[in-house]
Design a protein around this ligand. Sequence first.
Ligand code: NAG
Ligand code: NAG
Ligand code: NAG
Ligand code: NAG
Ligand code: NAG
Length: 328
Amino acid sequence: ARADCECGYSVNSTTDARHAVFTNLHETDFLHISDLEDDIGWQRQEYNVTQEESRGPFGKAARVDNVLANPLLNEWDWAGDSVGGGDAGLQLWVRERTTDGMIEMGEIVAEPTDVRFGSFRVGMKVTGVPGTCGAFFWFRNDSQEIDMEFLSRQLNESSSPVNLVLQSPDSVAAGYDASDTPTFSLYPLDFRPDELFHEYRFDWLDGIVSFYADGVWLQDMTVATPDSPGYLVLNHWSNGDPGWSGGPPERDALLTVSYVKYYFNTTGDEGDQGDGCGGDADEVAEKVCRIPDQTVAPDPSGPDGNETARTYFFSMREDMTPGQKHYG
Ligand SMILES: *[C@@H]1O[C@H](CO)[C@@H](O)[C@H](O)[C@H]1NC(C)=O
Ligand SMILES: *[C@@H]1O[C@H](CO)[C@@H](O)[C@H](O)[C@H]1NC(C)=O
Ligand SMILES: *[C@@H]1O[C@H](CO)[C@@H](O)[C@H](O)[C@H]1NC(C)=O
Ligand SMILES: *[C@@H]1O[C@H](CO)[C@@H](O)[C@H](O)[C@H]1NC(C)=O
Ligand SMILES: *[C@@H]1O[C@H](CO)[C@@H](O)[C@H](O)[C@H]1NC(C)=O
C-alpha cells in the first residue's frame, strides 16, 4: 500500500487560502502509556533552582518522582478507571512539602530540540488547588518563548483565565516580567480548566502565534514572535511568588495530561518528508494529510469519555508516518 502523508501534515486544507504544512510529528498518548522510560520522546527532569535564582520566596526542586504515568486500566478504552485511581494520564505534581527551601515540582521536556514553527496541542486538566503554575510552552531562551500558563490561584466561580505570553526582549528588560508588555494576555475562558480535560493549542508561524482552546480561536500575537529553534516543555511548579504562582499549595496539587501532539518543522534534518514526496505543487499537496481539529473537550472523565477522549493520532494508523521519526 502506498504510504500517506509523505509530504507532511497541514493545519487547514492545502486548498484553503490560509494553511500551513509541517513535515514532522511527535504524538504521545498518555492515556495508554505505563512506562515513561520507553522511547516516547519525553525526558523527566531533575534539577534544583535556588531561592535566589527562582525570583520568588522559594526555590524549585524538579524531581522525576513528581512525574508519574497513570494509564487507563483497560488498554482498549479511552475512558474509565485508571491503574492508580483518579484521572488517567501523565501526572505532574507540585508537592506541599519543601526541600531545603525549594518547592517540589514536576517537568517533562521533549526530545526534538530544533523545532521551528508548528502546531502544538495538549489535552490536560489543571489543578484546583491554589498556588501553582501549570505551563505548556515552547522554549528557546528567556527572550524567545511561547507560553500558555494556568495560575490555580486565579480560578474561582467568577474567574477562569489562561495567561497567554510571549517572552521577549521587552520582558527580559522588565526583569523577566511580561505582564506590562504587548505580548501578555490574561484571556478569560468560558469553562473551568480544573473541571474537565480540554485541548490547548498554539500555532506558531513566521511572524504570528495563534492561541486556541478546544479548537476555538482565542487570540493572535504578531510582535516579538520567536524566529529560532527550540523545544516543547510541560511543567507544574510554584516558587511562592504572590504576583505569579502564589503558593506553596496547601496540599499536593495535580495536573494531568492526556496527550501531547505537535506537527512541526525543524532546522536540522532529523525527521523529514518521506522519500515519496515529490512532483509538482499539486502532487505535493495531495501527499499532505490534514490534521483534524479537536473541537470538543477531549475528556475521559465525562459520560461520553470513550468518544471524546478517543482523539486522532496519525502514529496509530498504518503508513501515515513515512520517513518521520516515530516515538513510542
Ligand atoms: C486556518 O483557517 C482559519 C480560518 O480561515 C484561519 O483563521 C487560520 O489562520 C488558518 N490557520 C493557518 C495555520 O493558516
Ligand atoms: C515546513 O517545511 C516544509 C518543507 O520544507 C515547507 O514546505 C513548509 O512551508 C514549512 N512550513 C512553514 C510553516 O514554514
Ligand atoms: C471504547 O471504545 C473502543 C473503541 O475505540 C471500544 O473498543 C471499547 O469497547 C469501548 N469501551 C467501552 C467501555 O465502551
Ligand atoms: C535568544 O535567542 C536569540 C536567537 O538566537 C538571540 O538573538 C537572543 O539574544 C537570545 N536571548 C537571550 C536572552 O539569550
Ligand atoms: C476570583 O479570582 C479573581 C482573580 O484572582 C479575583 O480578582 C476575584 O476577587 C476572585 N473572586 C472570588 C469570588 O473569589
